[in-house]
Design a binder for this molecule. Structure first.
Ligand code: AMP
Length: 249
């Protein structure tokens, strides 16, 4: 079984994001970028399925600028066999990303596509679902457990108030939740080996996909500053403030 993993390069989760002075977006110049954390979990799951002898090949794909090569090399160092960079300097929306991924699925012929449930920059949580719909494949979203047997996959999903287990016929789309696994770190020998693994580049324009944006960002703003807290002396004072100042009780 071949697995395709979609990985996005995003601002590192530990960076304090700054809004651009003109409110058109967030600063990305000279900011540390990393693999989206949910995509790291997707890579780890694919590599584990390969180590169990269930997957025969793991291919990673990223759609973005030239620097995404670095993120793909990280995936190769973590155990991915081959990487594909679909090169564009544009920021694509989830619909466009899923259309591009569909093209790559048609070229590569995987039986499973693993994606993160969400990219931590756009917080969209749309790409996996849209890709499943475009391909006409079943989808197991927010996976906290994935099993593969006899041409089927059993996906345990994290849903409000509990877990749901579903069975899907392969090929299928699976998106990863936080508790699916704990991603490994790349070892130095594997980082060296990754330099010799194949990394193909495709220009976005060569895929012939309509990637025009359907939405326009009007403004990006910081959340309002939190005002300083106060200490109250008695419970009666607290109740009074909650009732008459905050007006929450
Ligand atoms: P989103 O729908 O933007 O929250 O992203 C969900 C998942 O779709 C991510 O975790 C990735 O697996 C995949 N994805 C989104 N954007 C890209 C991209 N530019 N390149 C590759 N994969 C992507």
């Amino acid at each position: 079984m071949k697995i395709l993993v979609a990985i996005k390069r995003v601002i590192d989760a530990n960076v304090k994001v700054r809004v651009k002075p003109d409110n058109s977006g967030v600063e990305t110049a000279n900011v540390k970028m990393s693999m989206n954390p949910f995509c790291e979990i997707a890579v780890e799951e694919a590599v584990r399925l390969k180590e169990k002898g269930i997957a025969s090949e793991v291919v990673a794909v990223s759609i973005g600028n030239q620097q995404c090569q670095e993120t793909l090399r990280t995936a190769l160092a973590l155990g991915v066999d081959k990487a594909i960079l679909v090169k564009t300097d544009d920021q694509l929306e989830p619909l466009a990303v899923s259309k591009v991924l569909k093209k790559i699925v048609e070229q590569e012929g995987p039986e499973m596509v693993l994606l993160g449930k969400q990219s931590i920059d756009g917080d969209n949580n749309q790409t996996g679902q849209m890709l499943g719909a475009l391909l006409g494949w079943g989808q197991g979203t927010f996976a906290s457990e994935v099993e593969v047997e006899d041409g089927k996959t059993k996906v345990t999903r994290e849903i409000d108030g509990g877990l749901q287990t579903i069975e899907l016929k392969l090929p299928a789309v699976v998106t990863t939740d936080l508790r699916l696994n704990e991603p490994r770190f790349a070892s130095l020998p594997n980082i060296m080996k990754a330099k010799r693994k194949p990394l193909d580049e495709i220009a976005l324009a060569d895929l012939g996909v309509d990637t025009a944006n359907r939405t326009e960002t009007l403004s990006v703003e910081n959340p309002p500053e939190r005002s300083e807290g106060i200490k109250v002396e008695t419970v009666a004072e607290l109740v009074d403030k909650l009732k008459n100042e905050a007006k929450v009780i």
